[in-house]
Design a protein around this ligand. Structure first.
Ligand code: AMP
Length: 394
């Protein structure tokens, strides 16, 4: 049994394996074979789109065992599935960067071997650690992702599906961009939906020109990167919450942008807004993003929170929910109905002016629940604010 280990040719630009008549040729071009006995499969850790994902160890001569993740191709695969599966290997085999996941290939049975990432995907990692990290550490995660993306952009590789779910986190909290494979990645991403332009696109993470004209570029990756920034700063909140895909497209088209998550310093939200400029040529490049994040890391006083960006106002009733109880059910915080009622919060107009201190006084003690309630209140404020600007709706 043979394995293929990735070697890194001295190419400056990424080569699309689909330009090869037979994509397995591309795998051979970028990989070298190693013996099967070097890999020991220990347990199943998850399931991927093609088959199981296992944990194992790889032994390399003169080195300590390396923990690895092994992706399998389940029995009964079609030729197309095998080609797609291997194309991921030939794309990743061309990469060599600490913030980009690197993959190797095992031949029979066909397996892809990657570095084992102890903390799994970034979105679930953030949700498990809601509110636990200092802002500086979150910026460190973002800096890593920007470095990985800058490397890919430099190779001329456009990711198209950058999202926290497609970033993996290792035991040292190093983030690595993953999930490569062109069309198949989008086919298998549960967030990707069909658009009128025909393709399958993860709407919430994708720049308007890519949704409308399929104009994917490193600038559209920059847009997605800022959505990842927002996911990181909100500890894995779903971008645009429960708005439908269609409403997300409409709102973004009309100028709505995600507000700063709770606890997000102003300069980080400004960077997000820069990356969400409608004109893609005005968005910063990944190398500029790295420079800016480095400046913030060097001068952490700039990461201190400034006053809230949204004003409190006298608010009329909120249209999508008709009562405080309904709103709490919508955000799965129905257990606090009595708390709000006892505190005199009988209308959404009153709720919208609630502060974190008020929520604590009502008896909501869990930080995660306080955040969830406050984020939702913030959305209501944005919606009401936007409603008062004629051309902008949510
Ligand atoms: P994927 O097919 O890449 O979406 O992987 C399916 C699941 O397997 C992911 O959601 C992860 O939880 C897990 N997984 C994939 N690759 C790795 C890895 N390198 N290290 C640890 N877990 C992984």
């Amino acid at each position: 049994m043979l394995f293929l280990l990735v070697s890194f040719p001295d190419t400056r630009f990424y080569i699309d394996p689909h330009t090869y008549e037979d994509p397995s040729q591309a795998v051979h071009q970028f990989a070298r074979e190693i013996e099967a006995s070097r890999i020991k499969i220990e347990k199943i850790i998850g399931s991927g789109e093609f088959g199981e994902v296992c944990y194992g160890r790889m032994r390399l001569p003169g080195r300590r065992d390396i923990p690895v993740a092994l992706k399998t191709l389940k029995a009964g695969y079609s030729d197309q599935q095998k080609r797609d599966f291997l194309s991921e290997a030939s794309i990743m085999a061309q990469f060599d960067h600490p913030n980009v996941q690197i993959e190797m290939r095992r031949r029979k049975p066909v397996m892809l071997i990657t570095e084992y990432m102890e903390n799994g995907s970034l979105d679930s990692f953030l949700r498990r650690h809601d509110g636990e990290f200092p802002v500086l550490q979150l910026v460190g995660l973002l800096r890593g992702i920007a470095a990985g993306m800058s490397y890919l952009a430099g190779l001329g590789y456009v990711h198209r599906d950058l999202a926290a779910r497609n970033v993996l986190v290792n035991s040292n909290l190093v983030c690595k961009v993953s999930d490569f494979g062109l069309s198949r990645v989008l086919e298998d991403d549960p967030e990707a939906a069909y658009t009128t332009s025909g393709g399958k696109i993860p709407i919430r993470w994708t720049a308007p020109e890519a949704i409308t004209y399929r104009k994917f570029s490193s600038s559209s990756d920059v847009w997605s990167y800022a959505v990842v920034m927002w996911e990181v700063m909100s500890y894995g909140e779903r971008p645009y919450w429960n708005l439908s895909n269609r409403d997300v497209i409409k709102s973004v088209e009309e100028g709505f942008r995600l507000p700063a998550p709770m606890g997000c310093p102003g300069p980080l939200h400004s960077l997000m807004l820069d990356c969400w400029q409608k004109d893609r040529n005005l968005r910063p490049r990944f190398c500029h993003i790295i420079t800016l994040l480095d400046k913030l890391i060097r001068n952490p006083e700039n990461l201190k929170l400034s006053s809230p960006t949204l004003m409190d106002r006298a608010i009329p009733d909120f249209s999508s929910c008709n009562s405080v109880d309904e709103w709490l059910d919508t955000i799965k915080m129905g257990r606090y109905k009595e708390h709000f009622a006892a505190g005199g919060y009988h209308t959404l107009g009153k709720v919208i002016s609630v502060t974190q201190g008020d929520i604590q006084r009502l008896g909501v003690t869990l930080m995660g629940h306080q955040k969830k309630i406050l984020s939702s209140v913030q959305v209501m404020r944005v919606q009401v604010l936007n409603r008062s600007v004629p051309s902008v709706h949510v």
